[in-house]
Design a protein around this ligand. Structure first.
Ligand SMILES: Nc1ncnc2c1ncn2[C@@H]1O[C@H](COP(=O)(O)OP(=O)(O)O)[C@@H](O)[C@H]1O
Ligand SMILES: O=P(O)(O)OC[C@H]1O[C@](O)(COP(=O)(O)O)[C@@H](O)[C@@H]1O
Length: 304
Protein backbone atom coordinates (compact mmCIF):
# COMPACT_ATOMS: atom_id res chain seq x y z
CA UNK A 1 0.00 0.00 0.00
CA UNK A 2 1.15 3.55 -0.70
CA UNK A 3 0.83 5.96 2.25
CA UNK A 4 1.19 9.73 1.95
CA UNK A 5 1.92 11.81 5.04
CA UNK A 6 0.92 15.49 5.18
CA UNK A 7 1.91 17.02 8.51
CA UNK A 8 0.87 20.46 7.26
CA UNK A 9 -2.19 20.22 4.97
CA UNK A 10 -3.83 23.33 3.59
CA UNK A 11 -7.05 24.44 2.10
CA UNK A 12 -5.72 26.07 -1.07
CA UNK A 13 -7.68 29.16 -2.09
CA UNK A 14 -6.69 29.91 -5.69
CA UNK A 15 -7.65 33.39 -6.88
CA UNK A 16 -7.38 34.34 -10.55
CA UNK A 17 -7.24 38.07 -11.38
CA UNK A 18 -6.27 40.30 -14.31
CA UNK A 19 -4.22 42.63 -12.15
CA UNK A 20 -3.07 42.81 -8.56
CA UNK A 21 -2.07 46.03 -6.77
CA UNK A 22 -0.80 45.96 -3.19
CA UNK A 23 -2.83 48.37 -0.99
CA UNK A 24 -5.80 48.50 -3.46
CA UNK A 25 -9.13 46.69 -3.77
CA UNK A 26 -8.43 43.80 -6.16
CA UNK A 27 -11.30 41.95 -7.83
CA UNK A 28 -11.25 38.19 -8.41
CA UNK A 29 -12.07 36.86 -11.87
CA UNK A 30 -12.41 33.28 -10.69
CA UNK A 31 -11.71 31.34 -7.49
CA UNK A 32 -11.05 27.68 -6.86
CA UNK A 33 -11.02 26.11 -3.39
CA UNK A 34 -9.28 22.79 -3.01
CA UNK A 35 -7.87 20.34 -0.50
CA UNK A 36 -4.11 20.81 -0.63
CA UNK A 37 -0.86 20.11 1.10
CA UNK A 38 1.91 18.13 -0.50
CA UNK A 39 1.05 14.54 0.48
CA UNK A 40 -2.65 15.13 -0.17
CA UNK A 41 -1.86 16.34 -3.70
CA UNK A 42 0.25 13.21 -4.22
CA UNK A 43 -2.68 10.99 -3.16
CA UNK A 44 -5.03 12.90 -5.46
CA UNK A 45 -2.81 12.63 -8.52
CA UNK A 46 -2.20 8.93 -7.84
CA UNK A 47 -6.00 8.52 -7.76
CA UNK A 48 -6.24 10.33 -11.12
CA UNK A 49 -3.89 7.64 -12.46
CA UNK A 50 -6.05 4.89 -10.90
CA UNK A 51 -3.57 4.09 -8.09
CA UNK A 52 -4.77 3.60 -4.52
CA UNK A 53 -3.13 5.30 -1.57
CA UNK A 54 -4.02 6.19 1.99
CA UNK A 55 -3.57 9.79 3.18
CA UNK A 56 -2.21 10.26 6.71
CA UNK A 57 -1.42 13.42 8.66
CA UNK A 58 -3.18 16.05 10.73
CA UNK A 59 -6.44 17.91 10.19
CA UNK A 60 -8.31 20.44 12.33
CA UNK A 61 -11.64 22.28 12.34
CA UNK A 62 -13.89 23.12 9.40
CA UNK A 63 -11.04 23.36 6.88
CA UNK A 64 -9.85 19.92 7.98
CA UNK A 65 -13.40 18.58 7.53
CA UNK A 66 -13.44 20.03 4.00
CA UNK A 67 -10.22 18.17 3.18
CA UNK A 68 -11.48 14.85 4.57
CA UNK A 69 -14.77 15.16 2.66
CA UNK A 70 -12.97 16.08 -0.56
CA UNK A 71 -10.72 13.02 -0.29
CA UNK A 72 -13.70 10.80 0.53
CA UNK A 73 -15.61 12.17 -2.49
CA UNK A 74 -12.61 11.35 -4.71
CA UNK A 75 -12.51 7.79 -3.34
CA UNK A 76 -9.25 8.29 -1.42
CA UNK A 77 -8.90 6.56 1.93
CA UNK A 78 -7.61 8.78 4.75
CA UNK A 79 -6.77 8.40 8.43
CA UNK A 80 -5.91 11.79 9.93
CA UNK A 81 -5.18 12.64 13.55
CA UNK A 82 -7.46 15.48 14.67
CA UNK A 83 -5.98 18.65 16.23
CA UNK A 84 -7.52 21.70 17.91
CA UNK A 85 -7.81 24.88 15.84
CA UNK A 86 -8.15 24.91 12.04
CA UNK A 87 -6.08 23.50 9.20
CA UNK A 88 -4.35 26.48 7.54
CA UNK A 89 -5.68 28.28 4.47
CA UNK A 90 -3.05 29.03 1.80
CA UNK A 91 -3.98 31.83 -0.59
CA UNK A 92 -2.56 31.56 -4.11
CA UNK A 93 -2.94 34.68 -6.22
CA UNK A 94 -2.69 34.03 -9.94
CA UNK A 95 -2.30 37.36 -11.69
CA UNK A 96 -2.01 36.60 -15.43
CA UNK A 97 0.00 33.45 -14.61
CA UNK A 98 2.27 35.30 -12.13
CA UNK A 99 1.88 33.26 -8.93
CA UNK A 100 2.03 34.80 -5.41
CA UNK A 101 1.50 32.62 -2.34
CA UNK A 102 0.45 33.49 1.21
CA UNK A 103 0.79 30.57 3.61
CA UNK A 104 -1.57 30.49 6.62
CA UNK A 105 -0.74 29.43 10.18
CA UNK A 106 -0.71 25.77 11.14
CA UNK A 107 -2.49 24.33 14.19
CA UNK A 108 -0.33 23.07 17.07
CA UNK A 109 0.69 19.41 17.07
CA UNK A 110 0.67 18.20 20.69
CA UNK A 111 2.89 15.41 22.08
CA UNK A 112 -0.21 13.21 22.30
CA UNK A 113 -1.05 13.86 18.63
CA UNK A 114 2.55 13.02 17.67
CA UNK A 115 2.30 9.70 19.51
CA UNK A 116 -0.96 8.87 17.69
CA UNK A 117 0.78 9.42 14.34
CA UNK A 118 3.81 7.33 15.39
CA UNK A 119 1.46 4.48 16.26
CA UNK A 120 -0.10 4.55 12.79
CA UNK A 121 3.26 4.70 10.98
CA UNK A 122 4.68 1.87 13.10
CA UNK A 123 2.13 -0.50 11.50
CA UNK A 124 3.59 -0.09 7.97
CA UNK A 125 5.28 -3.13 6.38
CA UNK A 126 8.38 -3.51 4.19
CA UNK A 127 6.40 -3.63 0.92
CA UNK A 128 4.59 -0.38 1.69
CA UNK A 129 5.72 2.96 0.24
CA UNK A 130 5.70 6.01 2.52
CA UNK A 131 5.67 9.47 0.95
CA UNK A 132 6.75 12.19 3.38
CA UNK A 133 5.78 15.48 1.80
CA UNK A 134 5.75 19.13 2.72
CA UNK A 135 6.77 21.47 5.48
CA UNK A 136 7.12 20.48 9.12
CA UNK A 137 5.10 22.69 11.51
CA UNK A 138 7.19 24.37 14.22
CA UNK A 139 5.34 22.51 16.99
CA UNK A 140 6.88 19.14 16.05
CA UNK A 141 10.57 18.09 15.96
CA UNK A 142 12.52 19.22 12.89
CA UNK A 143 13.70 15.68 12.22
CA UNK A 144 10.32 13.98 12.57
CA UNK A 145 10.50 12.56 9.01
CA UNK A 146 13.81 10.87 9.81
CA UNK A 147 12.46 9.58 13.12
CA UNK A 148 9.45 8.03 11.32
CA UNK A 149 11.63 6.60 8.53
CA UNK A 150 13.92 4.94 11.09
CA UNK A 151 10.94 3.06 12.56
CA UNK A 152 10.26 1.22 9.30
CA UNK A 153 11.82 -2.10 8.23
CA UNK A 154 15.04 -1.73 6.21
CA UNK A 155 14.36 -1.57 2.48
CA UNK A 156 10.97 0.17 2.80
CA UNK A 157 10.70 2.75 0.01
CA UNK A 158 10.53 6.20 1.59
CA UNK A 159 10.06 9.35 -0.47
CA UNK A 160 11.06 12.71 1.01
CA UNK A 161 9.92 16.04 -0.44
CA UNK A 162 10.61 18.97 1.84
CA UNK A 163 12.53 22.23 1.72
CA UNK A 164 16.14 23.33 2.35
CA UNK A 165 17.69 22.32 5.64
CA UNK A 166 14.67 20.20 6.54
CA UNK A 167 15.55 18.06 3.53
CA UNK A 168 19.18 17.76 4.67
CA UNK A 169 18.24 16.95 8.27
CA UNK A 170 15.69 14.29 7.34
CA UNK A 171 17.61 12.28 4.73
CA UNK A 172 17.52 8.56 5.43
CA UNK A 173 18.63 6.53 2.39
CA UNK A 174 15.43 7.63 0.64
CA UNK A 175 14.08 5.97 -2.49
CA UNK A 176 13.30 9.39 -3.97
CA UNK A 177 13.83 13.03 -3.10
CA UNK A 178 12.49 15.88 -5.25
CA UNK A 179 13.93 19.30 -4.49
CA UNK A 180 13.18 22.07 -6.96
CA UNK A 181 16.13 24.09 -8.21
CA UNK A 182 15.51 27.00 -5.80
CA UNK A 183 15.40 24.59 -2.84
CA UNK A 184 18.66 22.99 -3.93
CA UNK A 185 20.31 26.40 -4.24
CA UNK A 186 18.99 27.34 -0.79
CA UNK A 187 20.35 24.13 0.71
CA UNK A 188 23.83 24.48 -0.83
CA UNK A 189 23.82 28.29 -0.49
CA UNK A 190 24.98 28.75 -4.08
CA UNK A 191 23.63 29.51 -7.57
CA UNK A 192 23.41 26.42 -9.80
CA UNK A 193 23.38 27.72 -13.35
CA UNK A 194 24.42 24.70 -15.41
CA UNK A 195 23.25 21.09 -15.61
CA UNK A 196 26.79 20.01 -14.66
CA UNK A 197 26.62 22.14 -11.47
CA UNK A 198 23.34 20.49 -10.48
CA UNK A 199 24.60 16.97 -11.18
CA UNK A 200 27.70 17.64 -9.04
CA UNK A 201 25.55 18.72 -6.09
CA UNK A 202 23.33 15.63 -6.45
CA UNK A 203 26.36 13.47 -5.61
CA UNK A 204 25.88 14.66 -2.02
CA UNK A 205 22.59 12.74 -1.88
CA UNK A 206 23.78 9.61 -3.70
CA UNK A 207 26.71 9.38 -1.23
CA UNK A 208 24.07 9.33 1.50
CA UNK A 209 22.38 6.37 -0.15
CA UNK A 210 19.48 8.24 -1.77
CA UNK A 211 18.43 6.11 -4.76
CA UNK A 212 16.81 8.70 -7.06
CA UNK A 213 17.08 12.48 -7.04
CA UNK A 214 14.71 14.49 -9.22
CA UNK A 215 15.53 18.19 -9.46
CA UNK A 216 12.53 20.01 -10.88
CA UNK A 217 13.02 23.25 -12.79
CA UNK A 218 9.48 24.50 -13.50
CA UNK A 219 8.88 25.21 -17.19
CA UNK A 220 12.45 24.13 -17.98
CA UNK A 221 11.69 20.50 -17.08
CA UNK A 222 13.66 18.33 -14.69
CA UNK A 223 16.75 16.24 -14.09
CA UNK A 224 16.88 12.67 -12.72
CA UNK A 225 20.14 11.60 -11.08
CA UNK A 226 20.76 8.07 -9.81
CA UNK A 227 23.67 5.65 -9.78
CA UNK A 228 22.99 4.68 -13.42
CA UNK A 229 23.52 8.28 -14.58
CA UNK A 230 21.81 11.62 -15.11
CA UNK A 231 18.87 12.27 -17.44
CA UNK A 232 17.49 15.61 -18.53
CA UNK A 233 13.88 16.04 -19.65
CA UNK A 234 12.41 19.18 -21.15
CA UNK A 235 8.84 19.96 -20.15
CA UNK A 236 6.40 18.97 -22.92
CA UNK A 237 4.73 21.89 -24.70
CA UNK A 238 1.47 23.38 -23.45
CA UNK A 239 -0.21 26.46 -22.09
CA UNK A 240 0.55 27.32 -18.46
CA UNK A 241 -2.59 27.72 -16.33
CA UNK A 242 -1.48 27.16 -12.72
CA UNK A 243 1.60 25.34 -11.46
CA UNK A 244 0.43 24.84 -7.85
CA UNK A 245 0.83 21.14 -7.13
CA UNK A 246 3.14 20.51 -10.13
CA UNK A 247 5.97 19.30 -7.88
CA UNK A 248 3.64 17.03 -5.93
CA UNK A 249 2.29 15.66 -9.21
CA UNK A 250 5.83 14.87 -10.25
CA UNK A 251 6.41 12.80 -7.09
CA UNK A 252 3.11 10.98 -7.69
CA UNK A 253 3.97 10.33 -11.36
CA UNK A 254 7.33 8.78 -10.48
CA UNK A 255 5.82 6.50 -7.84
CA UNK A 256 2.95 5.58 -10.18
CA UNK A 257 5.57 4.54 -12.75
CA UNK A 258 7.47 2.38 -10.26
CA UNK A 259 4.23 0.88 -8.94
CA UNK A 260 3.19 -0.11 -12.49
CA UNK A 261 6.53 -1.82 -13.17
CA UNK A 262 8.26 0.89 -15.22
CA UNK A 263 12.00 1.55 -15.10
CA UNK A 264 13.25 4.60 -13.15
CA UNK A 265 13.80 6.41 -16.49
CA UNK A 266 10.26 5.78 -17.75
CA UNK A 267 8.88 6.58 -14.28
CA UNK A 268 10.76 9.87 -14.57
CA UNK A 269 9.07 10.54 -17.95
CA UNK A 270 5.72 9.90 -16.26
CA UNK A 271 6.78 12.27 -13.45
CA UNK A 272 7.57 15.09 -15.89
CA UNK A 273 4.31 14.47 -17.79
CA UNK A 274 2.33 14.56 -14.51
CA UNK A 275 3.98 17.81 -13.38
CA UNK A 276 3.33 19.50 -16.71
CA UNK A 277 -0.24 18.15 -16.94
CA UNK A 278 -0.92 19.89 -13.63
CA UNK A 279 0.74 23.12 -14.82
CA UNK A 280 -1.56 23.00 -17.89
CA UNK A 281 -4.76 22.47 -15.82
CA UNK A 282 -6.88 24.39 -13.29
CA UNK A 283 -6.48 21.58 -10.75
CA UNK A 284 -4.21 18.54 -10.75
CA UNK A 285 -3.47 16.80 -14.05
CA UNK A 286 -5.88 14.14 -15.29
CA UNK A 287 -4.97 10.72 -16.69
CA UNK A 288 -5.66 11.38 -20.41
CA UNK A 289 -3.53 14.52 -20.53
CA UNK A 290 -0.76 12.89 -18.45
CA UNK A 291 -0.44 9.94 -20.86
CA UNK A 292 -0.61 12.19 -23.93
CA UNK A 293 2.27 14.28 -22.53
CA UNK A 294 4.14 11.11 -21.44
CA UNK A 295 4.47 10.13 -25.09
CA UNK A 296 6.06 13.52 -25.80
CA UNK A 297 8.71 13.41 -23.04
CA UNK A 298 12.13 12.25 -24.19
CA UNK A 299 15.26 11.94 -22.06
CA UNK A 300 18.76 13.14 -22.82
CA UNK A 301 21.54 11.29 -21.01
CA UNK A 302 24.02 13.69 -19.43
CA UNK A 303 27.65 13.02 -18.56
CA UNK A 304 28.32 12.55 -14.83
N1 LIG B 1 5.43 26.44 -16.45
C1 LIG B 1 5.52 25.12 -16.64
N2 LIG B 1 5.41 24.59 -17.88
C2 LIG B 1 5.52 23.26 -18.09
N3 LIG B 1 5.74 22.37 -17.12
C3 LIG B 1 5.85 22.84 -15.85
C4 LIG B 1 5.74 24.23 -15.54
N4 LIG B 1 5.87 24.38 -14.20
C5 LIG B 1 6.07 23.13 -13.71
N5 LIG B 1 6.05 22.21 -14.69
C6 LIG B 1 6.27 20.75 -14.58
O1 LIG B 1 6.13 20.34 -13.24
C7 LIG B 1 7.40 19.93 -12.70
C8 LIG B 1 7.53 20.41 -11.25
O2 LIG B 1 7.43 21.81 -11.24
P1 LIG B 1 8.26 22.75 -10.26
O3 LIG B 1 7.62 24.09 -10.34
O4 LIG B 1 9.70 22.66 -10.60
O5 LIG B 1 8.04 22.03 -8.84
P2 LIG B 1 7.61 22.65 -7.42
O6 LIG B 1 6.11 22.81 -7.51
O7 LIG B 1 8.02 21.61 -6.45
O8 LIG B 1 8.36 23.96 -7.28
C9 LIG B 1 8.45 20.49 -13.66
O9 LIG B 1 9.65 19.72 -13.65
C10 LIG B 1 7.70 20.41 -15.00
O10 LIG B 1 7.70 19.08 -15.51
O1 LIG C 1 3.93 22.11 3.05
P1 LIG C 1 4.37 23.31 2.26
O2 LIG C 1 5.79 23.21 1.80
O3 LIG C 1 4.09 24.57 3.02
O4 LIG C 1 3.52 23.36 0.94
C1 LIG C 1 2.13 23.37 0.96
C2 LIG C 1 1.59 23.93 -0.30
O5 LIG C 1 2.21 23.25 -1.37
C3 LIG C 1 1.25 22.63 -2.21
O6 LIG C 1 1.17 21.28 -1.80
C4 LIG C 1 1.67 22.75 -3.64
O7 LIG C 1 3.01 22.26 -3.77
P2 LIG C 1 3.83 22.26 -5.09
O8 LIG C 1 3.34 23.40 -5.94
O9 LIG C 1 5.27 22.39 -4.65
O10 LIG C 1 3.60 20.94 -5.75
C5 LIG C 1 -0.05 23.33 -1.92
O11 LIG C 1 -1.16 22.49 -2.12
C6 LIG C 1 0.11 23.74 -0.47
O12 LIG C 1 -0.57 24.93 -0.22
Amino acid sequence: MIYTLTLNPALDYDIYMDSFQEGDLNLSKEVNIRAGGKGINVSKLLANLGIKSKALGYTAGFTGDFIKKNLYDEGIESDFVELDGITRINVKINNNSKETEIAGLSPKITKEAEEKLIEKISKLQKDDILILSGSIPGSIERNIYKKLAEMLPEGTKIVLDTRGNLLKENLNGNFLIKPNIAELEEMFETRLSTTADIIKKCAYFLERNVKNVIVSMGGKGALLVNKEGAYLAEAPKGELINSVGAGDSMVAGFIAGIETGRSPEDSFRLAVASGSATAYSYGLGEKDLIYRLYNEVTLKKEGV
